[in-house]
Design a binder for this molecule. Sequence first.
Ligand SMILES: [Fe+2]
Ligand SMILES: [Fe+2]
Length: 341
Amino acid sequence: MAVQNLQSVTAELSPEELEAAARRDAEGQANFDRVIADDSRIEPKDWMPAAYRKTLLRQISQHAHSEIIGMQPEANWISRAPSLKRKAILMAKVQDEAGHGLYLYSAAETLGQSRDKMMDDLIAGKARYSSIFNYPARTWADMGAIGWLVDGAAICNQVPLCRASYGPYGRAMVRVCKEESFHQRQGFEILLELANGTPEQKQMAQDAVDRWYAPALMMFGPPDDDSPNSRQSMAWNIKRFSNDELRHRFVGMMAEQVKVLGLTLPDDQVRFNEETKKWEHGPLDWNEFKEVLAGRGPCNAQRLERRRQAHDDGAWVREAAAAYAAKQQAKQSMTTKEDAA
Ligand SMILES: [Fe+2]
Ligand SMILES: [Fe+2]
């Protein structure tokens, strides 16, 4: 039932039916509150507040869109990978991202939104995805920096989501996180090899780290005092840590790993604060973040255009799948009729 019809439907209910509906809502809310307080899981058929459903739908669909748009900066480099081994690894990684999109679209569908609608919103430019994928991948070293920093930030963000209160989301995240670990290692290894190569290769690795560092830090979202929805998401056990907490943790991990690479982070304010026991970093350009989110980043138009093209190119596959499904269904109903006769 479409939400906008709810009022007209309730207007047709008798007072007794309305009372029964209100009772069901009250019982549903009480059960929901209990499940959240017990740190247990809400499943698709359970009653849930409309705002919880809406928040999850927005978050999971945005996450799914990020996975498939995120294939683009790296897919551009598959044909230019420096060896067969690198090509095979990068291809596997990009395919994994398509898979992540599929797990997440499936999880979002359990909340009552069709995948077609989500895809339509994405290609119409109405849906958001992670701002990071609107930056260009200029050199081969960017494959290393993306894997190390972008997939690294994704892991930091997503490991706590494995415990998200919505069952299908948490379970999808468990599988996603296992694959993200491989993604980060392959990125680290690309950078390590370049950093131990010629001075030009090492410089190329450093340039890539310099370009991706700040956008990767901004992947965690705006600072806590400018993130109005975070508190509610944490109260619902969707988010477990605030944007800044995750960002600080990430900076700490990167500050240690960059030493092994023999490279540096382009931020001389990164340090561990002994008093607060937290990692700190220099200021970030939040205006740039807002510009990119508003569709004015370096590659927004190009990414959406490519997605539209891919959607159009895939029309015959969707038609063929629908024709096959219709055929199978006709065959099935024929067999059922014969069995009944
Ligand atoms: Fe992914
Ligand atoms: Fe990944």
